[in-house]
Design a protein around this ligand. Structure first.
Ligand code: AHR
Length: 497
């Protein structure tokens, strides 16, 4: 099989926003408790944060963390998570039917963001709550002092404002499973009024309206149009969420999941540009793809943790090489749309469908999906160049004829260019040829590959380093032509400079 394309610095999609490499910490399962926070763990610091996990988060290259949910936020009282820990209530957490101890809350999260060097993205509860609680949370978080709520924060030990710029107006409000689920009309009005009130407390906020929970939602399209009709002047982003999995061994469709993601993004862009046209507005709304990943949702029915326990093991998917290649392809899809997707969150960060796993009292390790994310977060900074490939194809049950190659390229400020490429064939090597004459005198600095003879191989507590990237020899540039062989079912990082 073969594939080729041409790179030219004059043909760029746009600049990559650093927030494209965000992730998500929800009060769900063991993401917070025994994930990032475990007082008493041998590596815990003075604040109860696991330093082994903090190190892995830094290595992963995460730039932004969305918090505290997810479905969790739609029943959450933010006041429960501030002030003296011993006075915080234990509550029934109804989204995941667990007991929330509230030992970790806003202040602890902000401390976590400082220690990991990530930007916070805070979600407000628009399920059971509304305008009043959201504007109070902004005042508590961002107002310097001299008012009841800002002084309360100071008495709680946080003298300086948290300065949280990015906010989600609720979570998945289109989903019937959501506590306080709403129609598009109901949500659109509430989101607009909440946004307005939040901005009256702090005008310098960037706000995300809830889009669809996935592109297969029955209300998809209509939801975006209605919500944006109400919120247009108040919001900067509309959200997208998507999770993918392999169904019944149909690996070819699974490996083509990015076809769905790209179509989803392009549809939402078209829909929001349509709203702009109707409103005679020149505004270009951005997409916050603030939940995306591989998630084996069909396996969930078998998982029935004891209800009302603290930090139960929930959706701790163990990712294979195949899953990691799909994660890589989804990152390529986001990069290919970096002109309109300017925030994105891999859901979630630790233990819960996550690139990082931990054992309570024990070690932390990298899942297979850790590697493509870390590669993209490290080398996917700069300008995305247009990649219009000519590629061998194959038939897939879900998406019809699909290119075997899925690729993008990012030109960094240091003069290097990185090609990210996935070979979707499970059987054939892909001979790649790239015309790089217009990149100047470049050579291959590195060809990193994630592939394995066993596509089901994964990292586990017993074997945490079973899957890891390797360096591949033989890729080279000669007479302005890069040639490389991409192994079957592989994630590839070709760095040129
Ligand atoms: O990330 C897990 C869950 O998936 C989130 O709580 C919810 O927003 C989505 O449905």
């Amino acid at each position: 099989a073969t594939a080729s394309f041409t790179l030219h610095p004059d043909f760029a999609v746009g600049e990559v926003h650093p927030h494209l490499f965000g992730s998500f910490v929800e009060h769900m399962g063991r993401c917070v408790y025994t994930g990032i926070y475990e007082p008493g763990h041998p590596t815990a610091d003075e604040d109860g944060l696991r330093t082994d996990v903090l190190e892995l988060i830094r290595e992963l290259g995460v730039t932004l963390v969305r918090y505290p949910g997810g479905n969790f936020v739609s029943g959450y009282r933010w006041e429960d998570g501030v002030g003296p820990a011993e006075e915080r209530p234990r509550r029934l957490e109804q989204a995941w039917r667990a007991v929330e101890t509230n030992q970790f809350g806003l202040s602890e999260f902000m401390n976590f963001t400082r220690k990991t060097g990530v930007d916070p993205m805070m979600a407000v509860n628009l399920g059971t709550r509304g305008v009043e609680e959201a504007r109070q949370l902004v005042e508590y978080s961002n107002h310097p002092g001299g008012t009841e709520l800002s002084e309360l924060r100071r008495t709680h030990g946080d003298d300086k404002p948290f300065d949280i710029r990015l906010w989600c107006l609720g979570n998945e409000m289109d989903g019937p499973w959501q506590i306080g689920h709403k129609t598009a009309e109901e949500y659109g009005r509430l989101a607009a009024e909440t946004a307005k009130a939040m901005r009256l407390v702090d005008p310098d906020l960037r706000l995300v309206a809830c889009g669809s929970s996935h592109s297969g939602m029955p209300t998809f399209g209509h939801w975006e149009e209605t919500v944006l009709g109400h919120t247009w002047e108040y919001v900067d982003y509309i959200s997208c969420h998507a999770y993918y999995q392999e169904f019944d061994g149909d690996v070819d469709s699974f490996l083509a999941s990015a076809v769905n993601m790209e179509h989803f993004i392009e549809s939402v862009v078209a829909g929001s540009d349509h709203v702009a046209a109707k409103l005679q507005s020149s505004k270009k709304l951005m997409i916050s793809f603030d939940e995306w990943n591989v998630w084996y949702q069909s396996r969930q029915p078998d998982e029935k943790p004891e209800p009302w326990s603290v930090a139960p093991r929930l959706i701790e998917d163990n990712y294979t090489v195949t899953d990691a290649v799909v994660v890589g392809s989804l990152l390529i899809a986001l990069l290919r749309h970096c002109d309109r997707v300017t925030a994105a969150c891999l859901a979630q960060l630790v233990n819960v469908i996550a690139p990082i796993m931990t054992e309570p009292g024990g070690p932390a390790w990298r899942q297979s999906s850790f590697y493509p994310f870390a590669d993209a977060a490290k080398h996917g900074r700069g300008r995305v160049l247009r990649v219009e490939p000519t590629s061998s194809t194959h038939e897939t049950a879900k998406y019809g004829e699909v290119d075997l190659l899925h690729a993008t390229a990012v030109q960094g400020e240091d003069g290097t260019t990185t090609v990210f490429a996935v070979n979707r064939s499970t059987t054939d090597e892909l001979e790649l040829a790239v015309d790089v004459r217009n990149l100047g005198d470049v050579r291959v600095l590195e060809h990193r590959v994630l592939a394995d003879a066993d596509r089901h191989a994964s990292n586990t507590l017993a074997e945490p380093d079973r899957v890891r990237p390797t360096t591949r020899e033989g890729s080279a540039v000669a007479e302005g032509r890069l040639t490389a062989v991409l192994p079957p079912l592989s994630w590839n990082v070709l760095r040129l400079g």
